[in-house]
Write a protein that binds this ligand. Structure first.
Ligand code: S3P
Length: 454
């Protein structure tokens, strides 16, 4: 698609698909990150459900969030988007007729690569008096949906799709009102929890989602901020039960999106594993359900300073990381679930840590944008790292000096960014296929990489 170029030759807002990456002598500087992807999706969806005008400042402008914005427009909202800041984030102004007057879409809704768009919109459509089809790219069409179809069916929606609705495209016929349910997802999933809660908005009575391992809680916080009755109670070690009262209407809201902690993790690890690095990240979201990677890196010995910032919404902080001496750690299944999107970059950190790092219960990574277990093992081994997959665990022995590699991201944004960071500490040049996938969550990633490279 794009010609092969070196990282210094082009405009990084549109990364080339095949890149040659040079090692960095030094990493230094300050970055503003893309707006949090999970919060940006939800802010757009809740703006669609709120009758009136909502604004969203600092929204991420990755392809996934754009998919959500165009689906919100297809369901009847007027969605205006304009550039907002130096992090290449955007501001949305969304005017919607609201949850009781959504438009039946004229064609299938394209979620692109975005599992969050597909699963959360499925929950919204389940409570609407029309039928809609949610579809996506080849990667999304391979991702598991039975975990979503089961609760939505139990609530009264009809869900059709390949293998009995186990994969997209999903054709969903909504029903009003839905029946309320009490549901315990089999695998920890904020997307499934959120879909049930969004459907629960349109159910008779109280819908409950029981989590044995807590997942990101943005949907609950953001519904509450918009006046919807949502209540979370702790249950057992690390578990919780979330209840939503049916019949609520989210109010219009002005959201300010914090920097994406999953994007921050790439730079925190880059700083920690590079021998001459100091990177400052401004305004990063540090919601307790999203900060596991920071805490795990600190447990490995990473020098990360955190300065809390004032915030009226999600908690935010400036983070500063520098070259560190890392030690191997054991990561429990609950910690793995909490840091699920950061596991690829944490595995890279583990290649530079003294001893054996074991990341337990990582099986869900097989069902992300790619089979991330296979991608991590193949990619990091290409750099010379000692990485193995044992059952659902990832085992990394370190420290290993990395060599330059020829790697492929499998068109998975988080693998592309992990391998790009590995390239910064490799002895020689790295060639990567599928680099453009970084734009799924972080379109300016390679521009930022050049900003901190010395
Ligand atoms: C997300 C939840 C997680 C995560 C994904 C974003 C969300 O997925 O991996 O990148 O915004 O709710 P699961 O719900 O499948 O665990």
């Amino acid at each position: 698609m794009n010609p092969t170029m070196t990282t210094r030759e082009r405009d990084w807002t549109l990364p080339a698909d095949h890149l040659t990456l040079e090692p960095a002598a030094r990493l230094v500087g300050e970055l503003w990150l893309p707006g949090d992807k999970s919060i940006s999706h939800r802010a757009l969806m809740l703006a669609l459900l709120a009758p009136g005008t909502s604004t969203i400042r600092g929204a991420g402008d990755g392809a996934d969030v754009r998919s959500t914005a165009s689906i919100a427009a297809a369901l009847g909202a007027d969605v205006a988007r304009q550039s907002s800041d130096d992090a290449s984030n955007v501001e949305y102004r969304v005017t919607s007729p609201g949850i009781d007057a959504l438009a039946a879409p004229e064609r299938s809704l394209d979620c692109g690569n975005s599992g969050t768009s597909l699963r959360l919109f499925a929950g919204i459509i389940a409570g609407q008096p029309f039928e809609a089809t949610l579809d996506g790219d080849a990667s999304l069409r391979g991702r598991p949906m039975a975990r979503l179809a089961a609760p939505l069916r139990a609530m009264g929606a009809t869900v059709h799709g390949p293998d009995g609705g186990a994969r997209p495209p999903l054709r969903i016929r909504g029903r009003r009102p839905l029946a309320s349910v009490e549901w315990t997802p089999e695998v920890p999933s904020a997307q499934v929890k959120s879909a049930i809660l969004l459907a629960g908005l349109r159910a008779d009575g109280v819908t409950r989602v029981r989590e044995t391992v807590a997942t990101r809680d943005h949907t609950e916080r953001m519904l509450r901020a918009r006046g919807v009755d949502v209540c979370t109670t702790s249950e057992g070690p690390g578990g919780s039960i979330v209840e939503i009262e049916g019949g609520g209407t989210p109010a219009p809201f002005d959201e300010v999106v914090p920097g994406d902690p999953s994007a921050a993790a790439f730079w925190l690890v880059a700083a920690a594993i590079h021998p001459d690095a100091e990177i400052r990240l401004r305004g990063v979201g540090v919601n307790p359900t999203r900060r596991a990677a920071v805490d795990l890196l600190r447990r490995m010995g990473a020098r990360i300073e955190e300065t809390a910032l004032e915030s009226r919404g999600e908690p935010r902080a400036d983070l500063e990381a520098c070259s560190s001496d890392l030690e191997a750690i054991e990561v429990s299944p609950a910690e793995t679930a909490a840091a699920i999107d950061e596991i690829p970059i944490l595995c890279l950190a583990a290649t530079q840590a003294r001893g054996r790092t074991t990341i337990r219960g990582a099986g869900e990574l097989r069902h992300k944008e790619s089979d991330r277990i296979a991608g991590i093992v193949a990619g990091l081994r290409a750099f010379g790292a000692k990485v193995q997959n044992q059952g659902d665990d990832l085992v990394v022995d370190g420290p290993t000096a990395l060599g330059g590699a020829a790697v492929d991201s499998l068109d998975d944004h988080r693998l592309a960014m992990t391998f790009a960071v590995a390239a910064l500490i490799a002895r020689t040049q790295t060639k990567m296929g599928g680099a453009a996938s970084a734009a799924i969550s972080y379109p300016a990633f390679f521009r930022d990489l050049e900003r901190i490279r010395r």
